[in-house]
Design a protein around this ligand. Structure first.
Ligand code: ZN
Length: 225
């Protein structure tokens, strides 16, 4: 066996071990913090409000770079509603956001597992829970009645926010959307064993937001700096 062959074998083994230990896409990006990501999302939302998009990270080069690795910088839990696409709302591109979309932006174990993966294995620093104006799922939960098919399971998860806001002044859907976001934020921050641990060590920040269909503006909930 030649020296060159031995060298190639050694390099190959090293690469294999690195992948086995860290897996693709599990490298932390230096200098990225929850606050820097939040500032970037706010800037992207300003582009959306003004309809002056920068369309970052949409090139063929970017696509090729992401074939075997990903470093998303934020997780977003948002509604499945077709009018609420996070990449457009925050003017982000390929590989930027790790997104879980489900009607009513609720959390069951399935959504939680995805969010845990993003936070723990992809080292995402910021998790945004985003509700929206005129949410059909929340409206259905408020109206009550018989839900067809599997929709009832979804409505059950929204019911606590509906009950908590029943009888309050103002628009009942807007109230329940906001409180649902607040409750899901709290649920995620205190979710053991993964997310609560990351939050307590300052490795993950969970923030709440509500999107306006009319203006395109994302309003960040009060405890968000
Ligand atoms: Zn919705």
């Amino acid at each position: 066996m030649t020296i060159k062959r031995l060298f190639n074998l050694a390099i190959g083994s090293l690469l294999f071990c690195s992948l086995a230990i860290f897996g693709p896409g599990q490298k932390r990006v230096d200098g990225v913090t929850a606050d820097s990501v939040l500032a970037e999302l706010k800037a992207g939302n300003a582009h959306h409000i003004a309809h002056r998009y920068q369309h970052p990270h949409e090139t063929a080069t970017r696509q090729r770079e992401l074939v075997s690795v990903q470093h998303p910088h934020a997780e977003v839990l948002s509604c499945a509603d077709s009018r609420v696409p996070p990449e457009l709302i925050f003017d982000q591109g390929l590989g930027d956001l790790f997104i879980v979309r489900v009607a009513g932006n609720v959390v069951s174990d399935i959504e939680l597992g995805s969010l845990e993966y993003g936070a723990e294995h992809l080292h995402v620093a910021l998790l945004v829970v985003m509700g929206h104006q005129h949410c059909g799922a929340v409206t259905a939960a408020i109206e009550g009645g018989e839900a067809a098919g599997h929709i009832g399971a979804l409505i059950d998860l929204l019911r606590p926010a509906v009950e908590k806001t029943r009888g309050l002044p103002g628009d009942p859907v807007e109230n329940a959307v906001k409180v649902n976001v607040e409750m899901v934020v709290k649920q995620l921050r205190t979710s053991t064993p993964v997310l609560a641990e990351l939050v307590s060590h300052g490795k993950l920040k969970v923030v709440g937001a509500v999107y306006s269909l009319e203006t395109g503006r994302v309003t960040w909930l009060p405890d968000t700096p």
